[in-house]
Design a protein around this ligand. Structure first.
Ligand SMILES: *Cc1c(COP(=O)(O)O)cnc(C)c1O
Length: 382
């Protein structure tokens, strides 16, 4: 019996050869492949700098630290995301404030963020973390306008959207993570994401000061760079200048990242092709594809449908070994966040979306036969 997950990595002989090559080299952790991968990834998204780290959550944590998030910080994010988008603020002792989604895209609604900002004195909030949910690139130009007006920074959580872009007011394509409108952007290389490193993450930016800070924080806050030392006792000498972490990626993971990146455009094209096919096949049925149909620059980490009988459909698909998923349980309703005073009923649009959303299988290696089987099974029960 075939089994069809909602997402899956693509590992080919070239990937394997690259990892074996790295394992046989002198470097297991931080070697030459890290910098090569960072350069290639920065170029892919159109940013000046990239700092590779051990996972996407570490990338979020370092991004928050680099922007000096602390107990006084109050940061706005969306309830429809993976918990890590909010948790990074809590790691630094800051307060998380949620704002509701735009139901057309299921991403953080600029209008609800604006309403929140207008309802409090200036200085109440410190930053915004919009998420390119499912691969739909949020309009960062609109968020930047608000952020500038209220003196906020932006971390773009672009885990779902490498290769995605939105079109700005001048008609130019703005690629997710290019650093044009956000101080920092972060990506994950978890196997269900576009590029798989096993575990892995990266922060991109155009700001040289933030780049230096991220490099320092990734390795315990320790530097050996003679140009940056306050004293110098000799060749062995290093200084710990800040409280950092060990968030390094290994060289063999970076080797995998490099070969994965070579296939990224091909994989993205296939994701868009699968999305078009789903949308065509579901037209005029009980399956609402409106959230997935947004924008030509969509990167389709997920293909999310809405159905009235979501639980029944989910269970029926499982009986047929189709492992659809729900993204996401609204973060403010998770017990930890309820413990901080959040609760059901606070963000009704996010909660309504959660009741109906279902992520169908979406990955470059999904065969036409499996895709047709998924569609046929969904239509049988939706
Ligand atoms: C996957 C993901 C993360 C976390 O990435 P990890 O590499 O799993 O730590 C953060 N935010 C979003 C939106 C994600 O999808």
């Amino acid at each position: 019996m075939r089994s069809i997950p909602y997402g899956k990595q693509e590992i080919d002989s070239k990937d394997i050869a690259a990892v074996v090559d790295a394992l046989q080299s002198d470097f297991l952790t931080q070697g030459p492949r890290i910098l090569a991968f960072e350069k290639a990834f920065a170029e892919y998204v159109g940013a000046r700098y990239a700092v590779a780290v051990s996972n996407g959550t570490a990338a979020l944590h370092l991004a928050a630290l680099a922007l000096d998030v602390n107990e006084q910080s109050n940061v706005i994010t969306t309830p429809i995301t993976f918990a890590a988008s909010a948790n990074c603020i809590r790691y630094c002792g800051g307060k998380v404030t949620f704002a509701d989604i735009d139901p057309k895209t299921a991403t953080l609604d600029v209008a609800s963020v604006k309403a929140l900002l207008e309802a409090s004195p200036k200085g109440t909030y410190t930053g915004i973390i919009p998420v390119d949910y499912a691969g739909y690139p949020v309009d960062l130009e609109a968020f930047r306008k608000l952020a500038d007006e209220y003196g906020l920074w932006i971390i773009e959580d672009a885990c779902h959207a490498p290769g995605g872009y939105f079109t700005d007011s001048k008609g130019e394509k703005q690629f997710c993570g290019n650093g044009k409108f956000a101080e920092l952007a972060i990506f994950s290389f978890h196997p269900v994401k576009h590029i798989a490193c096993g575990e892995g993450g990266i922060v991109t930016t155009n700001d040289p000061a933030l780049y230096d800070r991220l490099l320092l924080l990734r390795t315990h806050g320790i530097t050996k760079d003679p140009a940056k030392l306050q004293e110098n006792h000799g060749g062995w000498y290093y200084e710990m200048q800040d409280l950092g972490f060990n968030y390094r990626l290994t060289d063999f993971q970076a080797a995998l990242g490099l070969t994965q990146l070579e296939k990224a455009d091909k994989g993205l094209a296939r994701r868009r092709e699968i999305a078009r096919y789903y949308t065509e096949q579901f037209a005029g049925t009980n399956v609402d594809t409106s959230v997935a149909d947004n924008g030509e620059g969509h990167a389709y980490h997920l293909y999310v449908i809405k159905v009235k009988n979501r639980k029944q459909l989910y269970d029926k698909l499982r009986e047929h070994h189709i492992y659809a998923q729900v993204h996401y349980i609204p973060v403010h309703t998770l017990p930890y966040y309820q413990g901080l005073g959040y609760g059901k009923g606070q963000y009704p649009l996010a909660e309504a979306f959660y009741e109906e959303c279902l992520s169908l299988p979406m990955y470059p290696g999904l065969s036409q036969e499996d895709l047709d089987f998924v569609i046929q099974t969904v239509l049988q029960y939706a």
